[in-house]
Design a protein around this ligand. Structure first.
Ligand code: IPM
Ligand code: MG
Length: 357
């Protein structure tokens, strides 16, 4: 097959981990006889520096024209000035919105080889396998917001969590369909005891599940309780569906189950068009340029890219198995090494390549 891939390395450790993702993509293409073309475009802070815009028009155009997009990370202290005209994160939010990527899939899977890297006890985390569906183009991130200065000089600001029936239905449907291929259980997370928007979310969720997925079990959990259950009994969840910001927070929490944010990939997909694949970790400015970042989340994002956008299941599985073997052999980047011996970003990428070959 032939496919066009856009690489968006971004800021901080983004370029380092995307370089390893690209190596793996090229190796898989060669091994399985596919032809991939790569275009690299700026996004985030580096795009602000160069073009004054965190998502330059040419980047958006290239992305629209691609079959799939691999992104590193955006942001860093250099662009954190609260009075600045724009921010790197705006680029990421804009590309999600412009491409209609309303569903963010975040698998939280604890590899048997990483059970001992988890801060939680083995009997709690071993066997954890959750697939989060985070709504990505609505809710608190995209609702009306504003700020004003009051007559006494103090300030007031607000952000709104807003959802329509249609936005809830489409993400719930994807979650329901995914559950059918798994353990057939969906948990919806909301704050229906307080928020009107959550009460709509819950009503729509229950209706879609009852009418369209009678074969799938479902439950509702309040977001504060979910934060607790996620570390108390993570094995009891299969598919979880939730609002944009709840999903942002809960998946960072969930990333600690396998011991490091550096292990978790994500896929952002829409009704049609290219998907966007990225590690869930950020730009990690504290370790940027040191060559020690864990590239496995990005490499696993490449597997999701092959599976979801290019429909290349065996190729995706080959990558996941290669990663698993490298972990089984005991190789660890610093984030997972708990102070023990560790290897660098390029070395880890190289080991995955060797296993693929
Ligand atoms: C994520 C990140 C982003 C988000 C930031 C960088 C805007 O935390 O993808 O989870 O909040 O969505
Ligand atoms: Mg986040």
């Amino acid at each position: 097959m032939h496919a066009k891939i856009v690489l968006l390395p971004g800021d901080g450790i983004g370029p380092e981990v995307v370089a390893q993702g690209e190596r793996v993509l090229r190796a898989v293409a060669q091994k399985f006889g596919h032809s991939l073309t790569f275009t690299t475009c700026p996004i985030g802070g580096c795009a602000i520096d160069e073009f004054g815009d965190p998502l330059p028009e040419q980047t958006l155009t290239a992305c629209r024209d691609a079959d799939a997009i691999l992104l590193g990370a955006v942001g860093g202290p250099k662009w954190d000035d609260p009075t600045a005209k724009t921010r790197p994160e705006v680029g990421l939010l804009k590309i999600r919105k412009e491409l209609g990527l309303f569903a963010n899939l975040r698998p939280i899977f604890v590899s048997p080889y990483l059970v001992s890297s988890s801060p939680l006890r083995p009997e709690i985390v071993a066997g954890t396998d959750i697939l989060f569906f985070r709504e990505l183009t609505g809710g608190l991130y995209f609702g009306e917001s504003g700020k004003k200065t009051n007559p006494d000089g103090s300030e007031t600001a607000y952000s709104t969590m807003i959802y329509s029936t249609h936005e809830i239905e489409r993400i719930v449907r994807l979650a329901g369909q995914a559950a059918r291929g798994r353990k057939k259980r969906v948990t919806s997370v909301d704050k229906a005891n307080v928020l009107e928007v959550s009460r709509l979310w819950r009503r729509v969720f229950e209706r879609v599940m009852k009418d369209e997925f009678p074969d799938v079990q479902y439950e509702n959990v309040l977001v504060d309780a979910m934060a607790m259950y996620l570390v108390a009994r993570p094995k009891s969840f299969d598919v979880v569906v939730t609002e944009n910001m709840f999903g942002d927070i809960l998946t960072d929490e969930g990333s600690q189950l396998p011991g490091s944010l550096g292990m978790l990939p994500s896929a952002s997909i829409g009704a049609s068009g290219p998907g966007l694949y990225e590690p869930i970790h950020g730009s990690a400015p504290d370790i940027a340029g040191k060559g020690i970042a864990n590239p496995l989340a990005t490499i696993l994002a490449v597997a999701m890219l092959l599976r979801h956008s290019l429909k290349l299941e065996s190729e995706a599985a080959a990558i996941e198995q290669a990663v698993d073997r490298v972990l089984a052999q005991g190789h660890r980047t610093a984030d997972l090494a708990a102070g023990g011996p560790s290897i660098g970003t390029t070395e880890m990428g190289g080991l995955v390549l060797a296993e693929l070959a």
